[in-house]
Ligand binder design. Structure first.
Ligand code: ATP
Length: 357
């Protein structure tokens, strides 16, 4: 039995569907992210699971129990928001104890449970501090401790790390993932950050316009995007427009402007000459020597050092492509103006009829 099942969940505001036929099945102990651009409906879905928004139709089941009509406090969920929402007048101990007291836990039992939970988020020595005496990362850990203390069936996170600076955010991602694995609590995590979603999750649900585009492992989402939207949202894409080449005797692909032919076997159902949108990821473009027959020629326009990678803007005919290559690799030293040969594997060129992405 799935720990969490969403069955044809729908939320309409007037004529606008914020979430449309969302069906998901989350396994016990699984970490699932809802990922998508602003306005795609991820918060709406999470809030329906939390009981904070009433669905227009569809069902929510937690451990097989239909909770669609139950209030938040009877769903056995833990909630962590972007704003930590700690009680400012209570110290750390009391913040974490709050939900436990409501469950009737008290005395030595309460003391032990709070101490254990604070230790699990590495805040053992902080029980007597007030929230204002803590850093943002520490406050967020208290918020996590408070949500896990009552031992919920499911943890719901709504962009919990987006207020933190980049390095603290990386640290908290690892910490949260480790804690979630240790506790084995089924988790639904909302984020608009693809790297965060992929690094933390067992599976990622990509949403666009309130509709599930793909629900799969990070590897599948990255390597086998199910829709043009997923291809253009995940990774670092070059988004281009072109015409499909499907004429006999010519290698299948896409003609972009004049001078760029990208090999591609995708879009097989479309006719020769069809206007298409094309996605090629920066990291899938390779610099090659003279041997590769499908390679195309370009010229370096701009070079940027970005740490682990070097990013080039390359002019190919009238089209500019962005390509990335590892700083410690053989192609990191091209100067602006240098002629280069580039190639891409046909399966890494994602094609959709124009306007469909
Ligand atoms: P963000 O990352 O910006 O929070 P999101 O993916 O979480 O975006 P939602 O907040 O779920 O998006 O909103 C989905 C859509 O529903 C948006 O188009 C939004 O404008 C709309 N929407 C959300 N709440 C309401 C409301 N109370 N009334 C009308 N429309 C709403």
């Amino acid at each position: 039995m799935p720990a969490l099942a969403l069955d044809q969940l729908e939320k309409r505001y007037g004529g606008h569907a914020a979430a449309s036929s969302v069906s998901l099945s989350v396994r016990d102990g699984e970490f699932v992210s809802l990922l998508g651009p602003s306005g795609c409906g991820k918060t709406t879905v999470l809030r329906m699971v939390a009981g904070l928004i009433e669905p227009t139709s569809g069902r929510i089941l937690i451990d097989g129990r239909d909770v669609t009509a139950l209030p938040t406090n009877r769903r056995q969920i833990g909630l962590v928001f972007q704003s930590y929402a700690l009680f400012p007048h209570m110290n750390v101990f009391e913040n974490v104890a709050f939900g436990l007291r409501r469950q009737g836990v008290q005395g030595a039992d309460l003391e032990q449970r709070v101490t254990e939970v604070l230790a699990s988020v590495r805040l053992g020595g902080y029980a007597q501090r007030m929230p204002r005496q803590l850093s943002g990362g520490q406050q967020q850990r208290v918020a996590v401790a408070r949500s896990i203390a009552p031992r919920p069936s499911i943890l719901l996170f709504d962009e919990p790390l987006s207020n933190l600076d980049a390095s603290l955010r990386d640290e908290m991602q690892i910490e949260l993932k480790r804690l979630q694995r240790e506790l084995g609590i089924t988790t639904l995590f909302v984020t608009h950050d693809q790297r965060e979603a992929m690094s933390m999750s067992d599976r990622v649900c990509v949403l666009a316009h309130g509709v599930v585009q793909q629900f799969a492992t990070p590897e599948e989402i990255y390597h086998r995007p199910a829709t043009g939207f997923v291809a253009s949202f995940i990774g670092r894409p070059n988004r281009l427009s072109g015409r499909l080449v499907r004429a006999p005797g010519r290698p299948p692909g896409v003609r972009v402007g004049d001078g760029l032919h990208l090999p591609s076997v995708a879009g097989g159902e479309l006719a020769d000459g069809t206007a298409v949108d094309v996605v090629v990821r920066q990291e899938d473009l390779r610099f090659v020597g003279s041997g590769d027959a499908s390679a195309f020629e370009g010229r370096i326009v701009l070079r940027s050092f970005v740490g682990a990678d070097v990013q080039y803007v390359v002019a190919v005919g009238g089209t500019e492509l962005i390509a990335e290559t590892p700083t410690n690799g053989p192609h990191a030293g091209f100067e602006v103006g240098a002629p280069v040969r580039m190639a891409v594997d046909p399966q890494h060129v994602y094609v959709n009829a124009a306007g469909a992405m």
